[in-house]
Design a protein around this ligand. Sequence first.
Ligand code: GLN
Length: 493
Amino acid sequence: MSELTSLTIAEAREKLRAKEITAIELTEAYISAIDAANDRLNAYVKTTPDLARVMARKSDERIAAGKAGELEGIPLGIKDLFATVGVHTQACSHILDGFQPRYESTVTQNLWDDGAVMLGKLNMDEFAMGSSNETSYYGPVINPWRAGGSNQQLVPGGSSGGSAAAVAAHLCAGATATDTGGSIRQPAAFTGTVGIKPTYGRCSRWGTVAFASSLDQAGPIARDVRDAAILLKSMASVDAKDTTSVDLPVPEYEAVLGQSLKGMKIGIPNEYRVDGMPEEIETLWRQGIAWLKDAGAEIVDISLPHTKYALPAYYIVAPAEASSNLARYDGVRYGLRVDGKDIVDMYEKTRAAGFGQEVKRRIMIGTYVLSAGYYDAYYIRAQKVRTLIKRDFELAFDAGVDAILTPATPSSAFGVADENLAADPVKMYLNDIFTVTVNMAGLPGIAVPAGLDHRGLPLGLQLIGKAFDEETLFKTAYVIEQAAGKFTPAKWW
Ligand code: GLN
């Protein structure tokens, strides 16, 4: 790992402004790092070195002219779900083969407007459906972390597995990601990186390929809490093109780092203890509680009684919305087309060939729960459960809790092609047991690395906050990071 790629965004920003390094040098260092590593890690599905060089040179010109933006010259990786003009945007699905949008997503446009440089598009689970990055049409991403003394290939989590692996392996300074049920926080936890899913409405969803529109939210994966704060500040905005984006000022998230936790109340939900959860996750949670207490926070036990219904309700709401959103991929407008004897035959052949197994499963579940006769029994019921989950959180916050601390995932990273998981999709779905509640309630959640398990693999803690109170999450996560330290994998790739 060259020195330049080991700089955090905050460090690189300083050196660029002080003219100790140039944006083109930094960009070239990342391009070389990606070239050397991507065959092994498969984090990028498309690299854009020529575009990166053009952007970096422009950044150097702006720096020289004293016109540097907040992210001037910072090389980033972009999840394949974000529309980028003229560049591979396929949600890692075969059905979007060859699709290059003519428009830019609002989130990526915000980053470029602040001077960031695009290195390429990152691997992900197909249409963001998955928890291991193994549903990608482009093959699995390999986690840069390995268990001590083992060569076994591990998954980086999903669906933003390429984003998390690229950040952990220093193949970009930071990455965009999205989270519908845990896809920012779970991969962050599996790779020792920081990921924040902001409040629903904090970032515009415009130009982000839709999975489940009432749950989808963009956010960053970064090497540390400060970098995540810097990235979210740039990504977030109100947007006339997404009516669910919210017109609230975007705070200076960085400004809260280092503030005291005195007077804060942290809630510990009893329901986030699940059967079969390894003892070391429980230990990590207790350690997190101790750190926050030491920092002056008051710890209170809380109850979120509908937690156990969140996962089943999510697996009704998310596939229902997905089945509707994915109806547009029919071989007519974009991507793959498989010819048939008439138009209906063409639709069927295209969708049969273009979607992977997991996506097909979701479309079928979604179509079923929305069909006449089942709509009330499943979909309407799941929506009611969703309201109850939201209310659980509201009651806790109304009682004076400022943030909630939970484990981020029920385990550390597991193996690629794990037999145990392949046989039963529900086991894979259980990865999101601690994260889906947050999407169902529309709240912000951050995953921050807090330690290593007995095999030397990273484990994360999650903090859940009030709507639009990302500042409290950054401030509290920073305290955990200061206590736990940062975690970088030993290089083998
Ligand atoms: N793993 C969850 C799923 O497969 C969440 C995915 C996501 O957040 N995009 O639906």
